[in-house]
Design a protein around this ligand. Structure first.
Ligand SMILES: Cc1cc2nc3c(=O)[nH]c(=O)nc-3n(C[C@H](O)[C@H](O)[C@H](O)COP(=O)(O)OP(=O)(O)OC[C@H]3O[C@@H](n4cnc5c(N)ncnc54)[C@H](O)[C@@H]3O)c2cc1C
Length: 448
């Protein structure tokens, strides 16, 4: 993605450059084939209020974009008004109170770099240009989230513009129902976030990474081992296992075991990754790297270079699962056998949450997270690849507890993303604050 430059403007359908401006809001280079009537690039809260008034007068529904990292391009809908919040990218840090004020257009990378100077930390996303706007609303699985919790759990307040144009603050004690709804409703939220208030954490002294790479013929052994080790993986570690057609270092279909660790000392970091060094399958690995020093910005940048290049087309889908590994292996083998070319990949995340979450809309997770990311560059290949992710996850649906909104694909495969009672409660809060349905909601709801 490119950072926005200059002052934002209003684009009407039919204006020269309108299509380009709309498509440039999206990380996914696919053209969804639909367009809004109007694109408003807001510069300040007054522009947001003006855009909402215009939408009300024209009976247009409003969709919102901040960093444009919705894989499903949730914000590009047919008709209505598209409101871009990308220019709301300010960051203010108070190192004494350990609170940051950030705009929804602020990139994770920029926040991480700013916080490092103060020895402070926030669990930003794994790709540098994911913006705080959508990231915090859906939950936010960031670096260090197994230990620190979802990013949205470190949210202490939100400044919002409501459907009727009022500016309000929401927190645990003020407009608490809105605060509850914002933490987990993701692309179904029904107000415009203009600023987040974040609780910051001390930065760990050591950030490091260890990797182990296997050839694809060892798929079954690797995933049986990952399943066995499960909850024993220390919370300071986020064990990610990627199936890829071109694994790092071996340049052929393989499995990358990626182990980022955040620790207070090198001794603690080495101890935390011991389960890799001593693993019973280590001899099957093509190679194992030493534990190398890193920082979170560098790891995010590296993720973009190796796995999330810009200007390409994507299809994505996911499941949360607690199913036995024997039930999952056929699906994992099918993912490997049918995957589009690199850098397409799948992610198995050893999540195993250890903590009780606060009461918030976010309410569905499991011990394992499995997501598939299909990537291709040419429009001619759309028919060939566009349904790959949907088909792979539909095939494993019987073993799923639901999905995560971070990698949602609701328009193509509706699925449960929060507890039924939370979805019902969310509808009540929406009816109170957005009774005319000014804001677009999820592309589809769970079909049950
Ligand atoms: C390459 C890549 C890597 C990713 N890595 C991670 C990761 O590590 N962890 C993780 O949890 N997720 C990750 N995601 C998913 C990402 O967090 C979500 O797609 C998130 O919604 C992106 O936020 P955004 O503002 O960039 O996207 P947008 O597309 O701008 O926003 C997504 C939706 O959020 C809503 N929204 C956005 N801004 C506002 C606002 N200001 N007010 C009200 N509603 C708003 C809108 O409904 C919008 O359609 C990744 C996505 C990509 C493409």
């Amino acid at each position: 993605m490119k950072r926005p430059s200059g002052r934002g403007r209003v684009w009407r359908r039919g204006d020269d450059g309108f299509d380009k401006a709309v498509l440039a809001t999206s990380f996914n280079a696919r053209d969804p084939g639909v367009r809004p009537e109007l694109l408003v690039e807001a510069n300040d809260a007054g522009d947001v209020q003006g855009a909402l008034q215009l939408a009300r007068e024209n009976l247009w529904q409003v969709s919102i974009v901040s960093g444009g990292h919705s894989w499903a391009q949730n914000h590009i809908r047919d008709g209505g008004l598209l409101l871009s919040m990308a220019r709301f990218n300010q960051i203010t840090i108070d190192p004494v109170t350990r609170i940051a004020l950030v705009g929804p257009g602020c990139w994770g990378l920029d926040l991480d770099n700013a916080l490092r100077k103060h020895g402070l930390f926030f669990p930003i996303a794994h790709a540098p240009d994911v913006a705080m706007g959508g990231f915090l609303l859906q939950g936010g699985f960031g670096w260090g989230s197994r230990e620190l919790g979802l990013a949205t759990e470190s949210l202490i307040g939100i400044d919002l513009v409501l459907a009727d144009g009022r500016q309000v603050h929401a927190s645990a004690t003020e407009n608490a129902d809105l605060f509850w709804a914002a933490r987990g409703s993701g692309p179904g939220f029904f107000a415009v976030v203009v600023r987040y208030h974040l609780k910051l954490h001390p930065r760990k002294k050591v950030t490091a990474l260890k990797m182990q790479v296997f050839r694809q013929r060892h798929l079954e052994q690797v995933f049986r081992w990952a399943d066995d080790i499960g909850s024993a993986v220390p919370q300071s570690i986020e064990l990610q296992i990627l199936i890829t057609p071109k694994a790092l270092g071996i340049f052929q279909p393989g499995i990358e075991v990626i182990v980022p660790v955040l620790a207070d000392s090198w001794a603690e970091a080495r101890e935390a990754v011991r389960f890799i060094s001593d693993s019973p399958i280590r001899k099957l690995a093509s190679f194992t790297t030493p534990l190398v020093p890193m920082n979170t910005s560098l790891m995010s940048r590296a993720a973009n270079i190796t796995h999330f290049p810009p200007d390409v087309r994507w299809c994505t889908d996911n499941i949360w699962t607690d199913a036995p590994i024997d039930d999952l292996l056929p699906g994992l083998r099918a993912i490997a056998a049918t995957m589009p070319p690199a850098p397409s990949h799948s992610l198995w995340l050893n999540w195993h949450p250890s903590q009780q979450r606060p009461d918030m809309a976010f309410s569905l997770e499991a011990n394992r997270y499995l997501a598939v990311y299909g990537e291709w560059t040419r429009g001619e290949d759309d028919d060939r690849y566009a349904n790959w992710a949907t088909e792979r996850m539909a095939a494993m649906q019987a073993h799923a507890l639901g999905i995560q909104l971070a990698d949602e694909n609701l328009g193509k495969r509706p699925a449960l993303f929060m507890k039924d009672e939370n979805l019902a409660r969310l509808d009540t809060v929406r009816d109170k604050y957005d009774p005319q349905a000014l804001f677009r909601s999820w592309m589809a709801r769970p079909d049950r």
